[in-house]
Design a protein around this ligand. Structure first.
Ligand code: SF4
Ligand code: SF4
Length: 208
């Protein structure tokens, strides 16, 4: 169990709603849910989730910390915003879903091998190196994210698309040995470090 997770369990004990309000983006809205179910009924994928949004809000209020934070439901949110435009209480449901996923990841509780979580990490690692996404490297990382054998199979399957992109100059093979960076790469890295410091300080303050 991560140190931060242990710290949060001790700090909030049975008060999971308060933990969400203090630590999850837009978490202070959860108590406004009136359980009408419109969000779950409007979510194009909700019926395939273990816990659609309305159920997640009910579980938070019922203190089901572990079930919520280890769930892969919020990782399935596609940000289509259907729920937000229909919620009679105006809850920013999409942002809460992403906030819960981010918080679960920070605590080390995100489900292992969840594809969205893996993609998000690959995207971040790729972006943060040069300040812009290297699409060729990101594509290759995605192909090979489940191992070498699987990567070769996917690459073979997608080769027509790849060759088409090369032919139409939508992809530059030289990007594999470096890639473009933003003009002020040092400044970009400083900005990321500062944002990380501020986020760490915010977490520490909430935990303190
Ligand atoms: S639509 Fe809004 S009020 Fe209704 S269950 Fe969903 S979040 Fe709650
Ligand atoms: S934004 Fe997410 S939770 Fe809301 S309807 Fe779309 S997929 Fe479902």
């Amino acid at each position: 169990m991560s140190e931060l997770n242990q710290q949060m369990i001790e700090q909030y004990r049975t008060r999971f709603l308060q933990e969400v309000e203090a630590n999850v983006e837009e978490g202070e809205w959860v108590k406004m849910c009136m359980q009408c179910g419109v969000c779950s009924g409007s979510c194009p994928l909700g019926k395939h989730w273990a816990h659609p949004p309305q159920e997640i809000f009910m579980m938070i209020r019922a203190g089901k910390r572990e079930e919520v934070l280890t769930s892969d439901s919020m990782w399935m949110c596609t940000s289509c915003y259907n729920c937000i435009v229909r919620c009679p209480r105006g809850l920013p449901i999409t942002h809460i879903m992403h906030g819960l996923a981010t918080y679960a990841k920070r605590l080390g509780l995100a489900p292992k091998n969840q594809p969205t979580a893996k993609f998000a990490q690959l995207f971040w690692d790729n972006l943060v190196k040069k300040g812009r996404v290297n699409e060729l490297k990101l594509g290759l990382s995605l192909y090979f994210m489940n191992g070498f054998g699987e990567g070769i199979k996917v690459a073979m399957k997608q080769q027509a698309i790849g060759l088409g992109m090369l032919r139409t100059k939508r992809m530059n093979p030289m990007e594999v040995v470096g890639g473009h960076a933003v003009k002020d790469l040092d400044g970009f890295h400083k900005m990321i470090r500062k944002a990380q410091e501020l986020e760490d300080a915010r977490i520490k303050q909430n935990a303190g």
